[in-house]
Design a protein around this ligand. Structure first.
Ligand SMILES: CC(C)(COP(=O)(O)OP(=O)(O)OC[C@H]1O[C@@H](n2cnc3c(N)ncnc32)[C@H](O)[C@@H]1OP(=O)(O)O)[C@@H](O)C(=O)NCCC(=O)NCCS
Length: 258
């Protein structure tokens, strides 16, 4: 897939996909199949893909009508530069093809894709996805945010929600991610969502004739759960009173509450 993700090596059964599509608490709800009438009849027979809500964002399934935005936003050279599988130029038809594969990948239990949209006005601002390896109960996170929206905390907010979905709904044991060594902003997102740096694979991939170092990050269920427990007392206004930041635990690799 074109999110810098690798999909899982094995699939999870449809039953798990159905379980994953069930509501699980107030912040998670199924997508409304009536939202887009042309797909209505086709969607009636489909396993519903999840929608996640956060303070500022709605993470929802992509629709074919998102394709022009995906082509325009993911087509920026800055997005292709630090991802492995996003094409540049992003040609006509590519976004439609990518979006069209999402439902099947979800039903096979291989990947859950989310469009990152702003709750305030519905604007599509990026994409995030979780590749699933059922055999090892492991997820792999990938994401991009449209350039005009960088450095506003959107990716961190989206990634926290998807990590939470991975542990609490999919019941994964581990969620990992990786970034090019020359992309520290992505590494910072991984740190902020509580992942630990696990190492650097030197010249692990070749992109546009250049070998690239890949930095690996991960978080385990056993780290996430204490972090969630900590969140119950840690959540609340920070010293500036804006309530956005959850205090980090001290110490290297300590998970932050999600
Ligand atoms: C990586 C990316 C998703 C980050 O999205 P974002 O919404 O800007 O991320 P956030 O605002 O949540 O967090 C970014 C963090 O990186 C920091 N940052 C930005 N540029 C940085 C740099 N050059 N060096 C170090 N930190 C940097 C920001 O200050 C922020 O950290 P802070 O909150 O501690 O200040 C976005 O830059 C992007 O889409 N890049 C292109 C595609 C890509 O690289 N995808 C990831 C592939 S692994």
């Amino acid at each position: 897939m074109r999110l810098g993700l690798r999909s899982g090596e094995s699939s999870i059964p449809k039953a798990l996909a159905r379980r994953c599509a069930d509501p699980a608490g107030g912040r998670y709800k199924p997508d409304d199949p009536h939202r887009e009438s042309p797909d209505h009849h086709r969607e009636r027979d489909m396993v519903r893909r999840p929608t996640l809500e956060t303070e500022h964002l709605l993470l929802r399934p992509f629709r074919l009508s998102d394709a022009p935005d995906v082509q325009r936003l993911a087509g920026a050279k800055e997005i292709a530069s630090t991802t492995l599988n996003i094409p540049h130029p992003y040609e006509d038809g590519m976004a439609e093809e990518w979006i069209s594969a999402h439902q099947e990948r979800f039903e096979e239990g291989r990947v859950v894709h989310f469009a990152i949209t702003l709750r305030s006005d519905g604007a599509l601002i990026g994409a995030i996805g979780l590749g699933i390896d059922k055999e090892h109960e492991r997820g792999q996170l990938g994401y991009w945010i449209a350039v005009p929206y960088w450095n506003r905390g959107h990716c961190t907010e989206a990634a926290r929600a998807v990590v939470r979905y991975g542990f609490e709904v999919l019941k994964l044991n581990r969620i990992c991610s990786m970034h090019f060594a020359r992309n520290p902003a992505s590494g910072r997102v991984m740190q902020k969502i509580g992942m630990s740096r696990e190492g650097c694979l030197r010249q692990h991939v070749k992109k546009r004739d250049q070998f690239e170092d890949l930095v690996y990050y991960g978080i385990l269920r056993e780290e996430y759960e204490p972090a969630r427990a900590g969140a119950q007392t840690a959540v609340g206004p920070d010293r500036q009173g804006n309530g956005q930041d959850i205090p980090q635990r001290s110490g290297p690799g300590a998970p932050s509450p999600l």
